[in-house]
Ligand binder design. Sequence first.
Ligand code: RI2
Length: 324
Amino acid sequence: MIPESVLKLAEDIKAMRIRGAGRIARAVAKGLAEAATAYTGDSLEEFNEYIRRVAKLLRETRPTAVSLPNAISYILSRYKRDLEYIERVHEARESIITHATEFIKYSLEAVKKIGIIGSHMISSGETILTHCNSSTALEIIIRAFKDGKDIEVFATETRPKCQGYITAGILKRNNVPTVLIPDSAIKSIMKKIDKVIVGADAIAANGAVVNKVGTSLIALAANEASVDFIVAAETYKFSPVTVLGELVEIEERDPREVCSEKFFRYKKIKIRNPAFDITPPEYIDIIVTERGLIPPQAAILVLSEDYGWIIMDRMIKLTSALEE
Ligand code: RI2
């Protein structure tokens, strides 16, 4: 039986009570560790089957942020390696908990490092624009401010769920001068902006960035106004399956997030609510990762370094399927 706390965690991710690509990744790592801890049986086979079910439940909560499946594969691929010498359930449990804890630590440190690296790119007197609520982008901005840089930040509302309000609140709590603007004001505000800094939910092999809907329009406006467009992302947000041509699924959310149910029911108006969009690499100046600055065109290098084995495995499976 999957523990209540893990079922609740999955529900919280679905309902976006736990949200943000990095936070989701750490939450699923925590979920796997909790599930392993709660297992009381003594069959290794049964434990593996149970962990597979938990991983599936967590993987299916939200489709776009690749940090989620990447966190699961980080833990399970290492667990699989450990299985060569694991004989008892308590060792299996220990392995999952160790690798989940390791991932969470890596993730938190990565965000800190991105803050340090990215803050060097901001100069005193600059005006920054950010979209949605990215803890990674905020780490850069707040770090630069705490380093004594005199900056001002414009935060978009980010309709329909308005996560920009969270961003504005966090900036305010950190005393960063902040202005909240409606998404539709982007074009006219852009002339005041020196740098755009956003987060990412997924980065494809060609360097395209999947982030909260509206990001690509901001990139377009930034490009037209020759404003730097910077993406802040940990390397576990790079999507290995895109190397083989798979597309990142864009989450389509409930229309009731866009307008009241009464309106779309009675007026019989069709409403779409895509939660993310894709910014092409040509509009991105640089991606700040925990390993340093990466031009979007070099995304494939990060992927082959980290996920070479997954990519090879998939390629082999694909080739043998074609040969059958
Ligand atoms: P960090 C969020 O997705 C936003 O799109 C944000 O830009 C991205 O995750 C990255 O967030 P959602 O979960 O990992 O709000 O930088 O849909 O916090």
